[in-house]
Design a protein around this ligand. Structure first.
Ligand code: ADP
Ligand code: MG
Length: 280
């Protein structure tokens, strides 16, 4: 659908652009207001002139995946339109910023806050997995907070349908923080993206409770070696139930790693993720 933008540079379609909310590797995200309804939204803008094939593939993936998903903890896509030189993704606006910024301010979260985010995000990811979608880029800059402190998964640019099986490539991690990537993703061969998402959630829980990443190194090669080795130390202050969940999520062999069903039954989540039905 092509809807020519207004001559006024501050207008796109029926929306008036306001401040810039964020910049990712491929896109600019602006706050905007619908001139007739007054509704505020976030618009992700990609210049098709400047974008390379990889960026265009990312945005196409993001559009088709977001159209399949409807979950309170996933950023909602409202509409998509394009001008001659740009693609616009109109999304629900969340005003609490990135989880990354919240972490930078607070350093560690109280256990109950970390638990709440885990329940919300795992619920969102389980929903995606049941639709056949893996996120593959779970990290604090891709998790946004709304004004009530609820977490929403965003940035599905690297997501994919897992049925096809993934060929592991380091490329997929080259554009973001590599600290959250699962060992099988940086190795050769095919992998199940669902298990890779579970690993990333383990790293996220570790970070929320300790303020540090479980694996760090001077360079990316050394970091990937550590991730594949899989040994990490959980500080003493982390409570036993959280520790035991981290130890089931950050497991090098994906076949031994907890499945979503096992995660849901884990005492740390207090049954709040509900009873999940096994997926095929
Ligand atoms: P990229 O694919 O380029 O990484 P993202 O989708 O991650 O782009 O968006 C970049 C940044 O823009 C986010 O990290 C966030 O700060 C901001 N942002 C994205 N979507 C929204 C939204 N719906 N509401 C508020 N801010 C957003
Ligand atoms: Mg991003």
């Amino acid at each position: 659908m092509v809807r020519p933008s207004n001559h006024n540079a501050q207008m796109v379609g029926d929306y008036k652009l306001e401040r810039t909310l964020g910049k990712g590797s491929f896109a600019k995200v602006k706050q905007a207001v619908h001139t007739k309804t007054g509704e505020r939204v976030a618009i992700k803008i990609i210049s098709t002139k400047d974008a390379n094939q990889h960026a265009l593939r990312r945005i196409k993936t993001e559009i088709s995946v977001l159209r399949m998903i409807g979950h309170p903890n996933v950023i909602q896509l409202k509409e998509v339109f394009a001008s001659e030189s740009r693609i616009f993704l109109v999304m629900e606006l969340v005003s609490g910023g990135e989880l990354l910024d919240r972490l930078a301010l607070d350093r560690v979260f109280p256990v109950d806050v970390a638990r709440k985010y885990m329940i919300q995000l795992l619920s969102a990811i389980d929903h995606c997995h049941k639709k056949g979608i893996c996120h593959r880029d779970i990290k604090p800059e891709n998790i946004l907070l709304d004004e009530h402190g609820n977490a929403k998964v965003s940035d599905f640019g690297l997501s994919a349908l897992y049925e096809q099986g993934f060929r592991a490539t380091v490329l997929a991690t080259a554009c973001g923080s590599p600290h959250y990537v699962a060992p099988e993703v940086v190795s050769r061969g095919k992998y199940d993206g669902r298990a890779a998402d579970i690993w990333s959630m383990g790293v996220l829980l570790f970070v929320m409770l300790t303020g540090t990443v479980p694996f760090s190194a001077q360079n990316i090669k050394a970091l990937f070696t550590k991730i594949k080795g899989g040994s990490f130390v959980i500080p003493d202050h982390v409570p036993a139930d959280a520790r035991s969940l981290i130890e089931r999520l950050i497991v090098v062999n994906p076949a031994d790693r907890a499945t979503m069903e096992e995660v849901a039954a884990h005492p740390f989540l207090q049954g709040k993720l509900g009873v999940l039905q096994p997926t095929a």
